[in-house]
Design a binder for this molecule. Structure first.
Ligand code: NOJ
Length: 544
């Protein structure tokens, strides 16, 4: 039995079953609990849907998009794929030596943290059905699959003993991708922090995590750098640092003041990411290593000077928080720096040098946009008042045009209120990223997608599978990328979120982002119309 060599806060030695029993409790399992061999994909399920935009054609006759725009093309090197993440899809949370992560606690123990009271215990059962999952995307013609590793599968305590079964599992996942001609892209950390690290020293709030994360990175880079070229160190630090402060009484208490916690986390993320980057490059200099940033285009709501200033603050407190240090100068953007230097130890010259230049591509999860405006009370009043609800960013956002009447575009599901279809702004956004952060390896849209409104209320399979808003989103977003490409922006790839419906964190399974539907009772998968729309854009526009 794996025992941690570390004295746990309760002054006893905890083994893995104790950790599960004390902090999580019983978990659910699914009837399919050994690795499944893929069955052939029925050819009937590969017949594209009738077109959404034109008079119906007999099913099975995919029609081209409007008239093809002959001046658009995706370069032959452009990669396109689908993405998922360990806690959201794997299930099998206690199988084969996995240790608990903070999400096992959040979903099992914290009342209403997941609004549906659901967990990732079974999720899409991908831990056992991954072969079928890869076969299905390959059958569609998708040649890239982005997934994340569960840190607490590989290191059940986040540090210390390595779980060999987890390594064998991911060996086979990667080999299966390669056998189907699918390029695996691997994220090391997609929010499922090993519980032990949170409870030992506060997780990302402590600089101790830098060494533990780097050791984890060493294990995975060493094992798979000859098979995996594209690596993402961490997924969306703006979001997971925003989980702090975590709910009280379920994890180790911290003395870091609440409003400061996201920024302490961010500081340690920058150190951990850049250390892993340097390590990965020292193991294999040809790897592409980046972190996945996230955000959206920030549209100045009116032409006032105050709104212009608010837009700059919004960049500085979001994308710029992680992108300026890594792409520009090893340090925070000025508006953010003014705030964080009141409590964070500044980066040393060596740390700045380590952080600066630590991304090979600008990997952006760019779903939507926001209108930005100054707070009603004004920026100066907010900046000098730490109890202002908008402090410390001191900018405001809305989805409504300045007439307070029209939304920027169609809304997604009410469970994802941050997401509206705003594809018209994508070309401007891509230009902004290229011009501001000048990534040497180009810009990749590493997640984009739409939650079809009220999809969970549909009960009849045929109506679930036609997803018009998601289909239009992919078509229009990819058209916008084609425009940006034709204007000289170096966009290098896209990853649709998501490979299939999955555990949407605090929303449980109620919000659907998949280009495939998953029947959670049977674990059967079905392609939605958007899957065909996504692939068809490349069939029509990609250079051979
Ligand atoms: C970004 C996150 O990386 C992913 O985990 C999440 O499911 C999607 N956005 C949709 O909200």
């Amino acid at each position: 039995m794996v025992k941690s060599s570390i004295l746990y806060p309760h002054s006893s030695f905890l083994n893995l079953p104790d950790l599960w029993d004390l902090y999580v409790g019983p978990v659910s399992t699914f009837s399919i609990n050994t690795t499944v061999q893929p069955t052939p994909i029925p050819s009937s399920s590969l017949i594209p849907p009738p077109s959404l935009y034109y008079p119906s054609f007999p099913t099975g006759q995919q029609v081209p998009l409007q008239s093809k725009n002959e001046s658009w093309s995706f370069p032959s090197t452009f990669w396109y794929g689908v993405a998922g993440a360990s806690y959201q899809i794997e299930g099998a949370v206690k199988a084969e030596g996995r240790g608990p992560s903070i999400w096992d606690v959040l979903s099992h123990r914290v009342p209403d943290y997941v609004i549906t009271n659901e967990t990732g215990d079974v999720a899409d059962n991908n831990y056992y059905q991954y072969k079928e999952d890869i076969a299905r995307i390959a059958a569609l013609g998708i040649k890239t699959y982005s997934f994340s590793l569960s840190w607490s599968r590989i290191l059940p305590f986040g540090k210390g003993p390595v779980n060999e079964q987890a390594l064998l599992h991911y060996d086979d996942l990667i080999d299966t991708c390669l056998s189907y001609g699918v390029t695996p892209m691997v994220t090391l950390y997609h929010w499922d922090l090993p519980l032990f690290l949170q409870n030992t020293y506060g997780g990302w709030l402590s600089e101790d995590i830098v060494a533990d994360y780097t050791e984890y990175a060493r294990i995975v880079f060493t094992r798979w750098s000859s098979k995996v070229h594209y690596w993402f160190t961490v997924n969306e630090p703006i979001v997971f640092c925003g989980f702090y402060p975590l709910p009280e009484n379920y994890f180790k208490a911290t003395s870091v003041p609440k409003k400061q916690q996201p920024y302490s986390c961010g500081h340690n993320v920058l150190l951990a990411h850049s250390a892993a980057y340097r390590l990965g490059k020292s193991i294999n200099d040809s790897l592409s290593i980046s972190f996945k940033n996230n955000g959206g285009y920030k549209i100045q709501r009116t032409d006032s000077a105050a709104d212009a200033e608010a837009v700059q603050r919004a960049w500085d407190f979001n994308e710029g928080w992680f992108a300026n240090p890594t792409f520009i100068n090893g340090d925070y953007p000025s508006n953010l720096k003014t705030y964080v230097e009141t409590f964070l130890t500044p980066f040393t010259q060596d740390q700045k040098a380590q952080i600066n230049g630590s991304c090979d591509i600008f990997a952006h999860d760019a779903y939507t946009s926001d209108f930005i405006m100054a707070p009603d009370s004004g920026i100066a009043a907010c900046v000098s008042n730490s109890s202002n609800a908008l402090y410390p960013g001191c900018y405001n956002t809305t989805k409504l045009y300045a007439n307070n009447y029209w939304a920027m575009g169609p809304a997604s599901d009410p469970g994802s209120p941050w997401l509206y279809k705003a594809t018209d702004w994508v070309p401007a956004f891509l230009h902004y990223m290229q011009d501001t952060w000048k990534p040497k390896g180009g810009v990749a849209i590493t997640e984009f997608g739409m939650s079809e409104p009220y999809e969970e209320l549909r009960t009849d399979l045929a109506s679930i599978l036609i997803d018009p808003l998601r289909s239009a989103y992919y078509r229009d977003y990819l058209s916008a990328i084609l425009i940006a490409l034709s204007e000289g922006v170096n966009v290098v790839g896209t990853l649709a979120w998501s490979i299939y419906d999955n555990m949407e964190w605090s929303q449980g399974y109620s919000v659907k982002f998949g280009i495939q539907f998953v029947n959670l009772t049977t674990q059967e998968r079905f392609f939605k119309a958007s899957a065909f729309e996504y692939v068809n854009m490349f069939n029509v526009y990609q250079d051979k």
